[in-house]
Design a protein. Sequence first.
Length: 131
Amino acid sequence: MSEQRTGRGGELYDVAPGDEEEVRIGPRLLGYGVGLGLSVLLTATSFFIAGTDLVWQPSIPVAIAVLAIAQMGVQLVFFLHITTGPDNTNNVLALAFGSLIVLLVVGGSIWIMGHLNHNMMPMEQIMRMGG
């Protein structure tokens, strides 16, 4: 669904659906509709895989992770309009910075909770102290 354009230096880059310069609403709605359809399809497939016995049971987490990564790709291209164009550098940097912050907060929280759990007094000793 994406087309290619030539940049300032003559290099080719992708244009996301809905990121075209034309002001017609039809192609934009088509791009959003395709993105919505793919998102619903990927979500329904994830629920189907999680609830069926047709898939080998140990491979279910891997299949759901692959579908989640595909879902992220659909969201980035069709709704956030992240492409290889030269005007998307700030968007990509903002996305990378946001991902770094989320990684630091989640990773730091897990690290702190792990150390708190390790350093916490066993429950039977706490119960003996209280009474």
